[in-house]
Design a protein around this ligand. Structure first.
Ligand code: F6P
Length: 336
């Protein structure tokens, strides 16, 4: 292997730059030429490559976003698009790829590898933390801390006005951001796709809180929850308890930006290095991840098809710390 290329794809995540830096410098350390591909798979199709030296990744470890830009490519979903991408890669003599992204990125990478056999190792970069094969994804810790800063501020005004605040956080199909920010932010509930919370339970909880003279409530809602998004939920709850003073805040894309936390920078550096050294060791079609503090490589196929369950202990913390006896979900009861 002589020449590799690194790219970022899908939703950006804080720490992607630290990962690019790690891949570029690890490549040079091992005597490789390293190219950056701009705008993810779209850039691969268009031949948007630029050789990177060590200095081209100076002063980016602390920055959010991605210096290589990112995109969700429609063209790469087509066989013609992937053929064009392969021709660009072949023409430039690229013999290995480092793909930084999430589910969609690795779905594309797996198809591309199966069609053209270019060795590819992925680094999990998504704030959603929903990838099987790693305990944490790059950007997740920063996103949770961003939510937490917002929740702390919101709590001041919720408390002053004795309100109920539904705060919607990101997580297209998952409640990872919701559960962690709910625990750290001391919220009453976290509503998420992985654990069905019937409306009546939400209503009961809020009624119970009011009966206990609890004046303010914070409920964290993952955007992907099937009961509804925060605004829908707030409407439904208000219909059941019209006396509540209910407000909704959608945190949105603020969660995707900002300087990565130390945890994300370290993880990104470790995985960028791990991806390059994985390629050199002959690994391919796998994602580098960290499980129980050890660097592991998991086939793309598993990362995109297997579900990483949310630790039930975490959801239980929210229940127990909110002053009511824990009630097992139907799923848990049937598992007993
Ligand atoms: O996958 C990361 C993520 O931030 C999700 O949490 C969110 O649903 C989605 O991306 C938003 O994507 P976009 O920025 O393309 O609207």
């Amino acid at each position: 292997m002589k020449r590799i290329a690194v790219f970022t794809s899908g939703g950006d995540a804080p720490g992607m730059n630290a990962c690019i830096r790690a891949a570029v410098r690890a490549g040079h350390y091992h005597g490789l030429e390293v190219f950056g591909i701009y705008r993810g798979y779209d850039g691969m199709i268009q031949g948007n490559f630029l050789e990177m030296d060590d200095r081209s990744v100076s002063n980016i470890i602390q920055k959010g976003g991605t210096v290589l830009k990112s995109a969700r490519s429609e063209e790469f979903r087509t066989a013609e698009g992937r053929k064009k991408a392969y021709e660009q890669i072949k023409q430039l003599g690229i013999d290995g790829l480092v793909a930084i992204g999430g589910n969609g990125t690795f779905t594309g990478a797996e198809i591309f590898f199966n069609e053209y056999g270019i060795p590819t190792v992925g680094c999990p970069g998504t704030i959603d933390n929903d990838l099987y094969g790693t305990d944490f994804t790059i950007g997740y810790d920063t996103a949770v801390n961003t939510c937490l800063a917002a929740i702390d501020k919101i709590r001041d005004t919720v408390d002053a006005h004795e309100r109920v605040l539904f705060i919607e956080v990101m997580g297209r199909d998952t409640g990872y951001i919701a559960v962690r920010s709910a625990i750290a932010g001391g919220a009453e509930m976290a509503i998420m796709p992985e654990h069905k919370t019937p409306l009546k339970n939400i209503v009961e909880k809020l009624k119970y809180g009011s009966s206990e003279s609890k004046a303010s409530h914070i409920v964290i809602v993952a955007e992907g929850d099937k009961v509804g998004r925060a605004a829908d939920l707030a409407d439904k709850v208000l219909k059941e308890i019209p006396s509540l003073d209910v407000k909704v805040t959608i945190l949105g894309h603020v969660q995707r930006g900002g300087a990565p936390t130390a945890a994300d920078r370290v993880l990104a550096s470790r995985l960028g290095l791990g991806a390059v050294e994985g390629l050199l060791a002959g690994k391919s079609n796998v994602m580098a991840g960290v499980i129980n503090r050890a660097l592991v490589y998991t086939p793309f196929h598993d990362t995109i098809t297997k579900k990483k369950p949310i630790n039930k202990e975490l959801t239980r913390i929210i229940e127990v710390l909110n002053g009511r006896k824990y009630q097992a979900t139907e799923e848990e009861q049937s598992a007993k």
